[in-house]
Design a protein around this ligand. Structure first.
Ligand code: AMP
Ligand code: ZN
Length: 116
């Protein structure tokens, strides 16, 4: 998929609406449209990277920033103390359906381990 057709690039550009909860210089965070927990927020870089591994190679420091931003959202949503999960689904078997890097921040309930 080209970046022009990428759903999360469109959300970054404001062409598709989303419930944005935090904006950083290099990232935005918005609520997942199909939440799997009371807090389910996606933290995405403004730049298009297909997945976490390629972003880690292409842009040193970007993943750190996504983790820091996710933690700030967890604090704001009052789930940092109770605990949360940060997930980067990668590839088909990993359950990735949108190929623009995003960290899932899940919290607000006990989360099963291992996940399904
Ligand atoms: P993944 O399966 O890891 O690629 O995650 C993609 C996530 O994007 C899923 O949890 C979807 O519910 C979510 N999603 C898809 N479209 C939208 C949208 N327009 N706004 C917010 N979240 C979305
Ligand atoms: Zn994109």
């Amino acid at each position: 998929m080209s970046e022009t057709d990428c759903l999360f690039c469109k959300i970054v550009k404001g062409e598709v609406p989303a419930e944005i909860v935090r904006e950083g210089d290099r990232t935005i965070a918005f609520r997942d449209i199909n939440p799997q927990a009371p807090t389910h927020v996606l933290v995405v870089p403004r730049d298009h990277h297909p997945d976490v591994a390629s972003a880690a190679v292409a842009d040193s420091g970007l993943i750190d920033e996504i983790v820091r931003e996710a933690h700030e959202v967890a604090v704001a949503d009052n789930v940092a103390d109770s605990g949360y999960r940060l997930v980067f689904n990668t590839g088909g078997n990993g359950g990735q359906t949108v190929f623009h890097l995003h960290g899932h921040l899940l919290g607000g309930r006990g989360l099963n381990w291992p996940p399904g």
